[in-house]
Design a protein. Structure first.
Length: 113
């Protein structure tokens, strides 16, 4: 296991060369992850308007919306979050996430993946 840093670190929300692309509709730029021995993962995500993805994940997530808007959850119980909002997505939460506008958010999940 890699030792965790003992001081604060700064990360950018810019989507650089390390961004992982999913059909050019969703981009994810990792910051902190399991490979560092961290107890959580953190990354920036960009979703183009209309992008959709299934929610069920084997970890809990907290998303902070920086720009844009998302619909998150099951059809009858979905919530809409906009710039300045954050949403808690429990482990194995059912439903989908849909970008209502071009959206950038910071995601933190535990445990690390």
């Amino acid at each position: 296991m890699v030792a965790q840093p003992s001081s604060a670190r700064r990360f950018s929300t810019e989507l650089g060369e390390n961004a992982i692309r999913f059909n050019d509709d969703i981009l994810i730029a990792p910051a902190i992850g399991k490979e560092e021995g961290a107890p959580l993962s953190a990354y920036t995500t960009f979703l183009r308007a209309g992008a959709q993805a299934d929610l069920p994940a084997p970890y809990t997530e907290l998303w902070v919306v920086l720009t844009g808007a998302l619909r998150v959850g099951e059809a009858g119980a979905a919530v809409t979050v906009r710039a300045g909002d954050f949403v808690h997505v429990p482990e194995q939460a059912p439903g989908r996430v849909e970008a209502l506008e071009d959206t950038t958010m910071v995601c933190v999940s535990a445990p690390a993946h």
